[in-house]
Design a protein around this ligand. Structure first.
Ligand code: GLY
Ligand code: MN
Length: 345
């Protein structure tokens, strides 16, 4: 019996067509760029094409249906009746195709994502290992020279270290943002040469066994201008408050508010324009969402980032990000790499 599928079934009002690849992976372990599931009260049918047939036959507890083309095209011909579908993922063209085949369709959202937000022990173990590699990678990178290298070189080096440490791949494109580029939260590492006396924001994470990690540290390349130093101190205080407030039973917007309050009070409120954090697992960004507008409540075994930032246009940026496992009481922080400002040469 597949416990994840059983939990999903308890929530279904009609059979569900699952087309989100990460949701298929979560429910069955099967990975493909052309796959759909139909989960009903009796069975799970897995639709995919010839390229994935051998792997599909090996998936336990599913009935494999081989398609000729895109799964939805074949399903429109094969299925009849009423089905839920994942409205955030199915394209309008696919919806039309299924409707054209005579299916009645009910939009559903967040069913599998709600299950994915609460990690089981196997997932926690994978995330801890991905986080461990990330932690070690920061340790190694911090021993290297920063000044005189480009952002792009340093980002590439971080990815190399991930590879050397056994990661499958980076979980997302590593961000290295030096000097004024640090004021862009999602800056692309470019040809900017890292100078002395500024900040370097590094946001990266390793992917291992299908699970992500996500960590940001901000380094100083010498004595910082007073405003950046103050922004660092405030950001760190906010980050620590955010971690402390990441507890089961708290509304995610309260956790966000605990960190945001520190930044607001210091007069940097306008310089922190994104949410405090996000859930993470198979995807880098998943439920729950920690932001002023979030309606989520934190529960035990959520895995979330706590990543306040202060972005000073034209000057530089600060972001400090941990990954934590939510518990009753203090969360488990998955990184040990220091958060106190570290000066690199
Ligand atoms: N580390 C990338 C992000 O959280 O958006
Ligand atoms: Mn993040």
């Amino acid at each position: 019996m597949n416990a994840r599928v059983e939990k999903l079934r308890q929530q279904l009002e009609e059979p569900l067509i699952v087309t989100t690849p990460a949701n298929v992976r979560y429910l069955t372990g099967f990975v493909s760029s052309n796959v759909s599931l139909v989960v009903d009260s009796e069975q799970v049918r897995l639709f995919t094409d010839f390229r994935y047939a051998e792997a599909a036959r090996a998936v336990p507890d599913v009935e494999f249906v081989q398609t000729l083309r895109e799964t939805v095209t074949d399903m429109a011909e094969m299925l009849t009746g009423t089905f839920g579908f994942e409205s955030p993922h199915l394209t309008y063209a696919q919806y039309e195709e299924l409707r054209g085949g005579g299916l009645e369709l009910v939009p559903r959202a967040g069913l599998v994502e709600g299950l994915r937000a609460i990690k089981d022990d196997d997932e926690l173990e994978k995330i801890r290992r991905a986080a461990g590699i990330t932690d070690q990678a920061y340790e190694q990178l911090a021993k290297e020279r920063f000044v005189g290298r480009t952002e792009r070189e340093l980002a590439w080096r971080m990815n190399e270290i991930f590879h050397e440490l056994g990661a499958d791949e980076p979980a997302f494109e590593t961000i290295v943002a030096a000097g004024p580029n640090g004021a862009k939260p999602h800056a692309d590492p470019g040809d900017r040469v890292i100078e002395a006396g500024t900040t370097v924001v590094i946001d990266s994470g390793a992917m291992l066994d299908g699970y992500c990690s996500d960590c940001t540290r901000t380094f100083a390349t010498g004595k910082l201008p007073d405003e950046l130093q103050r922004a660092y101190d405030v950001c760190l205080e906010a980050q620590l408050k955010g971690v402390e407030a990441a507890q089961a039973g708290k509304e995610a917007k309260e956790t966000d508010g605990a960190a945001r309050g520190v930044i607001d009070e210091a007069g940097f409120g306008q310089n922190f324009g994104h949410g405090l954090g996000h859930g993470l697992g198979i995807d880098v960004h998943e439920a729950p969402r920690l932001a002023p507008t979030s309606t989520d409540t934190l529960v035990t075994a959520n895995v979330v980032t706590i990543e306040p930032g202060i972005y000073l246009e034209g000057t530089g940026g600060i972001r400090i990000e941990d990954l934590v496992v939510v518990k009753d009481g203090a969360p488990e922080v998955l990184y040990s790499f220091p958060k106190e400002l570290m000066t690199v040469s």
